[in-house]
Design a protein around this ligand. Sequence first.
Ligand SMILES: C[S@@+](CC[C@H](N)C(=O)[O-])C[C@H]1O[C@@H](n2cnc3c(N)ncnc32)[C@H](O)[C@@H]1O
Length: 421
Amino acid sequence: MDSRSFVRRNVRPLTGIEPEELLLALAIEVLEKADREHPADRVLRDVLHRESHLSQAGAARVSRWVFQYYRWRGWLKNERGLLRKIRKAEELARRFEKNPFSLRAESLRAKAVPAWVFEVMQVDDAWLRALQREPLLYIRVRLGHERRLMQSLGQLRKTRLPQAYIYEGRRDLFRTREFAEGLFEIQDISSQLVSHLCAPRPGELWWDACAGEGGKTLHLADLMQGRGQVWATDTAAWRLEKLRRRAARAQIFNYQAALWDGGPQRPVEVLFDGVLVDAPCSGLGTWLRNPHARWTTRIEDVYELAQLQARLLDHVAPAVKPGGRLFYSVCTLTRPETVHVVTNFQAAHPEFEPLPFSSPWSGIPQVASPTLLLGPQDTQGNGMFIAAWRKRLEPASPAMPPSQLDRNKSSEATEAPSSHI
Ligand SMILES: C[S@@+](CC[C@H](N)C(=O)[O-])C[C@H]1O[C@@H](n2cnc3c(N)ncnc32)[C@H](O)[C@@H]1O
C-alpha cells in the first residue's frame, strides 16, 4: 500500500457532532469489557476501530474518559454506576490539572496505586503525583529528517534527547502522511534513551533479544546508519511480523528477525558487540500512560518476571564478545526486577564489569553510573530502569568463596593460624 492510499483509507473527520450520550455509551462499553485478560487500551482500540465513522475529536473524548476513569479509580468507590464515575473522574482530573497540590499526599498514597506496591518499591510522593497527570506524546524522528518534519508536521517541541520530540498538536499521528512515509515513530522518551545509551556504532553486530514489535531494534538500526546488523528476536511471531512491517515502512534493512524462546539455545552462534535485553516486566513504569494496568497487575507477576529476567540475562551472557556491552532495561521500578536482578547477575557473572554511563537525567553535574532509574516525574512519560555491563577482555580472577573470605577476615583480625579456625 503506498503512503497516499494509507492516509486516504484511514481518514476520520477532525471534528464531529456526535451526541455526547453516544460517546459516553462507548466509553462505558470499554469499561465493562476490560479486565486483566482484556486490557482497556486494546478494548478501546477495537471499539474505536469498529466505530470508524467517529470524528477524531469524538474518538479522543472516549479515550480520555476511559483513561481518566482508571487514573482516578481509587477515588470513585462511593459513586454509583459507571456514568457517575466517569463524570467524577473528569471533575477530579480538571481540579488536579489546575492545582496538582490540591491533592494531599495521604490521599495519593491511599488511592493512586494498590497497597502491594509499597512492598516492592520505594514509593515517593513525586511518583504518585506524576501518575495522576496526562502523559506527553513523544515521537522519535528518523535521523536526518528533523528539519523536514518540523516544517511539515509542526507543533513539535524539542527535548533534551536527540531525535526525541513532544508532539503538541491534536492530529492522529498514525494517520499522517509523514508517519506512513516512515519519517518518525511514536516512541516514549525513556525507550529512546535506552538505544541512545547502547550507542551502537555503524558496522557493529547487535542482538535485541526481546525485540517485540521492534521499537528499539529500529532505533538501534537507525543509529547504525544502515551499516552492521541488529538481530531482533522474540518469542512472539506476530510481534516480529509487526516489526517487519514497521521496518519496511521506515526503509530499514540492516536487521535480521528470528524467533527465540529465551532458553539457553541461542538463535545464532555468533558473538555480538552489544546485546540488549529489554525484558518482559510488570510495567509499573507505564502506569501513567496505561492506568488500567495499576488495577490488573499483581505482586506475583513481579516475582515471576524477576525470575524470567534473570534467566534471560544468564542465557544471553555467553553471546557477548569480550569487550562487548550488555544492556538490561525494564519499564518497571520494582526492586526485585531492578536492583535485585542486577546484583544477582553481577554475583553470578564475574566476567562482566559494570559499565558506567551518564544521561540527561543523571543529575547535575552529570554523574556516570552503571544503572539508572527514571520515573514519570522526570519525563512525564514512562518510567524505566537501565543497567549496563562490559564483558572483560581477560577472565576475572575467580571469585573467592564466601567461606574463604570469612576465614581471611578473621585471620586478619586475630592473627590466628588458619588451622585454628
Ligand atoms: C518489553 S517488551 C519488548 C519491547 C520492545 N523491545 C520494544 O522496544 O518495542 C518484552 C518482549 O519480550 C518478549 N518475551 C516474553 N517472554 C519472553 C521470553 N521468555 N524470551 C524472550 N522474549 C520474551 C515479549 O514477547 C515482548 O515482546
